[in-house]
Design a protein around this ligand. Structure first.
Ligand code: ATP
Length: 248
């Protein structure tokens, strides 16, 4: 069984302003059915950045195909989602608080662990963003959340009650815009978890031969972070000389 989940490509700007894409691979452990069938994994992580394909090809055939592939990071089946997040996505996710747009996404075959991995990455990212907010009281932050899914080539709002497909518009300044997509300001951690539950309840799932709860769609969760200097941190250096105002 090949159970490789390519997670990331993650976009970030390196120090010199150059665009950078990081690609990580996560191998999921064999599931109960696979173990019961005595399956073995076709892929093995041999170090932190290489996977090898353990094929049954003959020696002559084997020389025609590469068996080792190198990525920025390879996470073996024993790695936790926290480790995948910490080493493969945290820096990219947190770049948003410095004003850099970034995205983290997963692709891979059905049942390879995309939903499992991205669920954890979403929660760890928001927890770290909140941690940053807590440590930077000099600024005021607003976190906004929106969620959509692309299913049968139409875009659906996962936070709205209306199931009418949303229109995509081309805005000369903002690029592609999803018209009338709900955007909620996140009040706190519990509110964020509630919003995630709403998305979870609305998303399309169905059974495939490999996954009982397979996503039948592409899901896009977006968090927008806005920040401004706190009012009370502004140095009050303006000279008040009127003598009747509240500051004098
Ligand atoms: N690293 C892992 N450790 C333990 N269980 C995992 C891991 N990755 C995935 N799983 C389990 O494997 C099953 C399939 O995973 P998941 O639904 O995330 O796959 P998927 O790639 O999103 O599939 P689909 O494209 O069909 O939606 C789930 O039951 C999930 O809990």
């Amino acid at each position: 069984m090949g159970a490789a989940d390519v997670d990331g490509p993650m976009q970030a700007l390196s120090g010199d302003g150059e665009e950078k894409i990081l690609v990580s691979v996560r191998l999921r452990p064999l599931n109960e059915k696979e173990i019961a069938r005595n399956d073995s994994s076709d892929w093995e992580s041999i170090n932190g950045d290489t996977v090898i394909y353990r094929n049954n090809l003959s020696v002559s055939e084997r020389s025609m195909y590469p068996t080792a592939y190198t990525f920025d990071r390879v996470f073996g089946p024993d790695c936790s989602t926290k480790q995948v997040y910490g080493e493969g996505a945290k820096e990219v996710a947190l770049s948003v608080v410095s004003g850099i747009n970034s995205s983290v996404f997963a692709y891979g075959q059905t049942s390879s662990g995309k939903t499992y991995t991205m669920g954890g990455i979403t929660e760890y990212s928001i927890a770290d963003i909140y941690d940053y907010v807590e440590k930077h009281k000099e600024r005021e932050f607003t976190l906004k959340f929106s969620a959509m899914e692309i299913y049968n080539e139409s875009v659906r709002d996962l936070l709205g009650t209306d199931t009418t497909p949303l229109r995509l518009l081309d805005d000369p300044e903002r690029g592609t815009v999803v018209e009338r997509l709900t955007e909620e300001s996140i009040r706190d951690w519990n509110h964020f978890k509630e919003l995630l539950s709403v998305c979870e309840a609305q998303r399309q799932i169905g059974e495939t031969s490999l996954n009982e709860a397979s996503s039948r769609s592409h899901q896009i969760l977006r968090v927008t972070v806005e920040s401004s200097m706190q009012e009370f941190f502004r140095p009050l250096q303006v000279q008040h000389s009127c003598c009747h105002c509240e500051f004098c």
